[in-house]
Design a protein around this ligand. Structure first.
Ligand code: NAP
Length: 306
């Protein structure tokens, strides 16, 4: 305990999950120190309805680059660290960010002797062959061995990512590997944030967590078509074509190859966590549809997603 209010350092604070985590910590009365690359962007709302960080952050740390830009002072008087730092759509090497940049924060956290370090990882990282999975798995292994009260939260798919299925359904066609039997339990960022913040005083542990419902990929696609008001048209992509896609993406760039491999492996492996939260994907898709309708009535195209 350093002072009356526990101080939480949030790394990856401007991402979909990071923003929800900051909002939840602030709501629960924690003192939030957020690491961002661009403070102006952080102040505005994020994609997929993720909250603005304005008025929710007590202390800002701007670190624009990689490991070399992280000053040791970032960790001073920190009680808990939460990291939702990872490469998704950014142009960066997952090994540099998911592993080495997180490792830099972990080393500083060990020196500061923080009470806990919670990392938002991903399910099935140990068996994934992409550089994204390997980098995350390597960091989880380092975290497990660290003297920081290690906490690993492995979520199922986020509502933010599944927005793309709704977008495809609106265009009248969705794609999936094979018959789409793979199951996941999609989770809203706010529910995941509530879960993560509830762990801070729980001690060391690893949790696989999902939203309230386990659904097959095919059921998710059907929900998206229902919300979009379109006749379902599901195109089965054969497994052999997936291997060709990885091969082609690898030749485009190692980053594209790794992300394609990560995405396709995710579509072939169940990722169902312990059910948590109340927000359902059906309601989320319905709200996307309402929003588009309202926007069309106003003659605009913008979407903020709840
Ligand atoms: N999407 C899913 O369905 C899913 C499921 C399970 C686990 N996950 C994992 O959960 C974590 C959070 O996901 P998310 O959807 O919140 O991702 P996100 O929105 O892309 O946020 C990632 C965070 O990492 C930061 N970051 C990325 N590349 C960086 C770089 N080169 N240098 C410095 N910072 C960098 C981003 O900063 P900027 O905002 O400045 O780019 C952002 O704060 C990721 O590790 C993801 O792989 C995702």
């Amino acid at each position: 305990m350093k002072g009356d209010q526990k101080r939480v350092l949030v790394v990856g604070a401007t991402g979909y999950v990071g923003r929800h985590i900051v909002a939840r910590l602030h709501e629960d009365g924690y003192r939030v120190r957020a690491v961002v690359r661009d403070e102006e962007r952080a102040l505005a709302p994020g994609a997929y309805g993720a909250p603005a960080l304005a008025e929710r952050v007590d202390e800002w740390v701007v670190a624009r680059g990689g490991r070399a830009d992280v000053d040791a002072a970032v960790m001073s008087d920190v009680d808990h660290v939460v990291s939702a730092l990872g490469v998704t759509r950014q142009k960066a090497d997952p090994w540099e960010i998911d592993f080495l940049l997180n490792l830099r924060y972990l080393e500083l956290a060990e020196e500061e002797r923080v009470d806990s370090f919670l990392y938002v990882g991903v399910m099935n990282a140990a068996t994934g062959t992409s550089m994204v999975s390997r980098s995350k798995h390597a960091f989880m292994e380092a975290l497990r061995r660290a003297d920081v009260g290690p906490q690993i939260v492995n979520p199922s798919g986020y509502f933010s990512d599944l927005t793309e299925i709704f977008d495809l359904a609106r265009r009248g066609m969705a794609f999936g590997l094979g018959d789409g039997h793979v199951r996941l339990s999609p989770i809203h960022g706010a529910d995941l944030a509530e879960f993560c913040v509830s762990r801070l005083r729980a001690g060391a542990g690893t949790w696989d967590v999902g939203g309230p419902e386990a659904l097959s990929y095919r059921e998710i696609v059907q929900m998206a078509f229902d919300a979009a008001g379109r006749k379902p048209r599901y195109v089965r992509v054969p497994g052999a074509l997936a291997s060709s896609a990885v091969w082609a993406a690898d030749r485009l760039s190692p980053r594209a190859g790794s992300l394609t491999r990560f995405f396709l492996e995710g579509m072939q492996t169940d990722s169902v966590g312990v059910p948590f939260g109340t927000r359902t994907l059906r309601d989320y898709f319905a709200s996307l549809s309402d929003q588009l309708q309202r926007s069309a009535e106003r003659g605009g195209r913008s979407r903020t997603a709840p």
